[in-house]
Design a protein around this ligand. Sequence first.
Ligand code: SF4
Ligand code: SF4
Length: 397
Amino acid sequence: MARVAIRGCEDYEYGAVKEALGGALAAIGGLEQIKDGSKVIIKANLVSMAKPDDAVTTHPALLCALVELLKEKHCTVIIGDSPGGLYNAAHLDRVYSATGMKDAVAKGAELNRDFSHAETRFDGAAVAKVFEYTSYLDGADHIINFCKLKTHGMMAMSCAVKNMFGVVPGVFKPEYHYKYPNYEDFANMLIDLNEYFKPSLCIVDAVVGMEGNGPTMGEPRRIGALLASRDPYALDVCCAHLIGLKSEDVPTVVESHRRGLTPMNVSEIDVDGDVERFVVPDYKILPTKSSLQFGKGSNKFLNFISPIADRCLRSRPILKEDVCIGCGKCASICPAKAITMKSSKANQKGLAPRIKKSVCISCFCCQEFCPVGALKVHRPIIARIINRTSRAKKSKE
Ligand code: SF4
Ligand code: SF4
């Protein structure tokens, strides 16, 4: 297990950002492994056409600081990502422009313009033995995973491990949700991607994270930290702790622990810096179903009725009809075809989505890509009660 470094960074003022990033990377020997003149690909989080202040994407000031450090080593630096939806020049140009990537270009980075993709086999995978990936990653001497710390409807948290889902071309993403509808399988698919691409470095923009209805429509929340590690799993354990998520509530942490890739507890991780100083106790996290731990042996009765209970108690998207603009994006993106547009008096288009619960796989693609935040993550009250009870029991044990 590699060391995790955490440094304070109050805001995105460039001097502060450079100092924090330099300090964190020095603590883990992050740049020493990168030879002069290497080709480095920075896999940022550029999930949508959001402005830097929206806290949806990796902040350009941090990317600029990293590019500058890599340029001092005469590296070729390419920044890329494949957001949901089309993976082509027209869409990515809009994303690059909105997210402030021109600043990184001014520092000497290139923005990826190779929109081809390829299929690969990974015999060592737990679930994703064959998968599609963005070809610009081929030929990189190093991949740097530069993510943003955010809440996430399906995976509870979007951080280092989840960020690697951006290697799957956007148009294929709904298919992957459909292929891995179970949270454990989806988490293992994400871990497989991390194991296949093995980023040399993972860095987390937790200066301002996203809380509430993440990963695209939540609110910015200052955390004031920057973290780096060569180990995405240990890094995620630390980040979950920062925002008050229990490790057992984060499917990628649970599954990476099950695969022997990380301890569950932050106290077992070699951290350079004081994590506790940056914990935000009232961070608005999202309800997930994973903490119920069905089938994992905590409660025999629940294990027995697990499949039914899972259906009844899992979190689902819920519509705020007064916010919906009737655009139909949720229906077109839903991998399970659980959404149909029905007439509604709530907006000018006269349309609103209806979600068929029996078909919904709780992937939260609709919630992630709704342009106005009209879909929220809803957890049934009974699920909340069971979860509270099981947590109380665990803390007594
Ligand atoms: S309705 Fe939403 S959460 Fe349910 S399957 Fe469709 S996109 Fe996923
Ligand atoms: S994507 Fe959002 S705004 Fe558009 S129809 Fe669906 S819920 Fe309404």
